[in-house]
Design a protein around this ligand. Structure first.
Ligand code: PGA
Length: 245
């Protein structure tokens, strides 16, 4: 499977000038990368201004249109040629109290309108030490993918993002990542079937950098990476993209 490298800029950078400079540097730098797909997810305000790379949003509404102040319709994203949307990122779950049910509504709507979805799942440090990782991943997948059909799953990518590894520099070992990727595939097999589980991309995210990215691609069984902090430095992100493709 061709690796997928997704840049999640989160709420950065703060000026359009910096955002444009970062985007242009990345666009030029990843031109030579042929064996990996690259997606950049800037803050939504920048999305219509960028051309030349596949784009993703960091969130979207589960509604299509109407009186929903502050929301962005997935149809608006499609209209400006956005192809991907990240849904259920742990920061949205934590700071904006997004539930699995809301995540599910967003996923179904996004698929309906033709977006590809990156569904984020992952356990907290506490859940990990209490041995609850599998239980957490299972309920996030079961609830997040409720009523998502086999056909719909063709548009879904799962990102395993252990919360304790995000933005901490404490990246998950390739062995532990491999075991989580395997259990996610087993869960997808139980929810759908083996063939579908094998065809679904499972990414790793959490303190990925230019030094560790290659080992995830080669050794962890992950089909790509979701990159936060390191995607804000063009050179670092280009290095990550090159390590994958
Ligand atoms: P990080 O973030 O690479 O800064 O750890 C990853 C993410 O939140 O997607």
């Amino acid at each position: 499977m061709k690796p997928l490298i997704v840049a999640n800029w989160k709420m950065n950078p703060l000026s359009l000038k910096e955002a444009k400079a970062l985007f242009e540097a990345v666009r030029k730098g990843v031109k030579s990368v042929k064996n990996a797909d690259i997606v950049v997810c800037p803050p939504s305000v920048y999305l219509p201004l960028f051309k030349g790379l596949v784009l993703g949003a960091q969130n979207c509404s589960w509604e299509e249109e109407g009186a929903y102040t502050g929301e962005i319709s997935p149809l608006m994203l499609r209209d400006i040629k956005v192809d991907y949307v990240v849904i259920g990122h742990s920061e949205r779950r934590k700071y904006f109290r997004e539930t699995d049910q809301e995540v599910n509504k967003k996923i179904r709507k996004a698929i309906d309108v033709g977006l590809r979805v990156v569904l984020c799942v992952g356990e907290t440090a506490e859940e990990r030490t209490q041995g609850k990782k599998s239980q957490v991943l299972k309920s996030q997948l079961e609830n997040g993918l409720d009523k998502v059909t086999k056909e719909g799953m063709k548009s879904v990518i799962v990102a395993y993002e252990p919360i304790w590894a995000i933005g901490t520099g404490n990246n998950c070992s390739t062995d532990e990542t491999m075991s989580s990727v395997l259990s996610i595939r087993q869960m997808l097999t139980n929810l759908y079937n083996r063939d579908l589980a094998d065809k679904t991309k499972v990414l790793y995210g959490g303190s990925v950098n230019g030094g560790n990215s290659g080992s995830y691609i080669k050794e962890s069984g992950a089909n790509g990476l979701l990159v936060g902090g390191a995607s804000l430095k063009a050179d670092e992100f280009i290095k990550i993209a090159k390590s994958a493709g």
